[in-house]
Design a protein around this ligand. Structure first.
Ligand code: NZQ
Ligand code: ZN
Length: 386
């Protein structure tokens, strides 16, 4: 196991009817900017719950943050922060609203001229405006981590950055919010969280016995609750386990002391930037090809995953490892998620070359747990995913 330092300062307030606890988490003299997305919170009652909880606070609102939070929209919100002398941000939404808020928290105190530089140069902000979140969609883990992914249509870019100043001060997780989430987004959430665990687990044996079992238990729980959540999002027990699994999948815990991959995400982000495909779906497109292409390097963990998560005990290590990739793809398909790029666009020719060129231009010469995945490897993987 590798050495590590681990600190996660985000306070989690989890459970039924917890949105009402909001006010006690925000300083009473704060001027709050409440940020939200395309309006789902106005239909499902979450907006009213938040407004009621904050009735004694000084609150300004900014709605309209789109899925894959867009830089140009966030710059509008930044103007409001400056004009209204905002001191505290509150994200009410899924990963997109939370990520947008993280960017704003950094941009609000940024002293450079062009806030896009924070994203482009992967600045690790040391100071940031404090913010909290009310999570409305389990998926990304953004509610308990310090990473964010920002999109810019103008340049067809989608880039991640983060740093310790970007942990939420608190996050309210009320599993009842799941009731109004469309099936497509529920399936996305399950797939995203599942892949987050795979990115931190499907590497090589590193002696992190507990980390492995944490990871496997999150995968098993997601597999168990997925059909229940999709069938009946008002099943509170299933919803609660789904929500907590998504948070635990990417709050830093399972990655301590072990190598991480993240190449699936890096390639997936390009597919969203180029085609607007939902984040989770890009992962389902890339992951099977990625694991097949890197089979030799990953087969020990693939076989362990086969045995412990899918109960595939027959055959050689290679047989089990291969069967586990097939099982994973079948699981995504059962959720209603297509796993080939051509299922999403007919305009895919040249995509692999474009992505490889972008990686080269950015100096991303070696991705993955051994920093060995070169742009030309990414090109082959994306082609396999056509
Ligand atoms: O915009 P609104 O009206 O809120 O509707 C949203 C949106 O259309 C809707 N929704 C959210 N909660 C709902 C709801 N609809 C009904 N009832 C509710 N309770 O769902 C749609 C998708 O929302 P979005 O926030 O985009 O989804 P998600 O949470 O999957 O976030 C995706 C973004 O997070 C990034 C992705 O790249 C993508 O930009 N990620 C962030 C990560 C992080 N910060 O750690 C890690 C991830 O790997 C990921 O990259
Ligand atoms: Zn993800």
């Amino acid at each position: 196991m590798n050495n590590f330092e681990y600190k996660n300062p985000t306070k989690i307030i989890f459970g039924k009817d917890t949105i009402e606890k909001l006010a006690s988490e925000i300083p009473s003299d704060a001027k709050v900017l409440m940020l939200y997305g395309g309006g789902s919170i106005k239909k499902n009652g979450i907006y009213d719950q938040v407004k009621t909880a904050l009735s004694a606070s000084d609150v300004v609102e900014f709605g309209g943050i789109p899925a894959n939070p867009e830089y140009a929209v966030l710059m509008e919100a930044l103007k409001v922060i400056k004009e209204e002398n905002i001191t505290y941000l509150l994200a009410v939404g899924g990963g997109s609203v939370i990520d947008g808020t993280k960017f704003l928290s950094a941009a609000a105190v940024y002293e450079g001229d062009e806030p896009w530089d924070i994203v482009k140069n992967k600045v690790r902000p040391e100071k940031a405006m404090p913010f909290g979140t009310v999570l409305t969609l389990p998926a990304t883990g953004s509610e308990m981590n310090s990473g964010t992914v920002i999109s810019r249509k103008e340049t067809q870019e989608k880039l991640a950055f983060g740093g310790p100043a970007l942990f939420p001060q608190f996050s309210v997780l009320d599993p009842q919010v799941i009731r109004s989430i469309p099936k497509r987004q529920l399936a996305n959430g399950i797939t995203d969280a599942f892949t987050h665990v795979l990115e931190q687990y499907m590497t090589y044996p590193a002696g992190g016995l507990l980390q492995d079992r944490f990871a496997e238990s999150i995968l098993q729980t997601l597999i168990e609750v997925a059909p229940r959540v999709l069938k009946d999002p008002s099943d509170y027990e299933a919803a609660a386990n789904f929500m907590w699994s998504c948070t635990m999948a990417l709050n830093g815990l399972i990655q301590q002391g072990v190598p991480g991959d993240w190449a699936v995400h890096m390639m997936g982000h390009e597919l969203t930037a180029l085609f607007g495909i939902d984040h989770a779906r890009t992962l389902a497109v890339i992951a099977p090809s990625h694991y097949k292409y890197n089979f030799e390097a990953k087969k020990e963990k693939l076989a362990q995953y086969a045995e412990r998560v899918w109960n595939l005990t027959e055959g050689s290590m290679d047989d089990k490892a291969y069967a586990a990739i097939e099982k994973t793809e079948a699981f995504f398909k059962e959720l209603g998620i297509d796993t080939k790029l051509s299922d999403y666009t007919s305009d895919y020719e040249g995509t692999a070359e474009t992505i490889a060129q972008r990686f080269t231009d950015r100096g991303w010469k070696g991705l993955g747990e051994r920093q060995a995945l070169r742009p030309q490897d990414a090109e082959k993987i994306v082609k396999m995913a056509y």
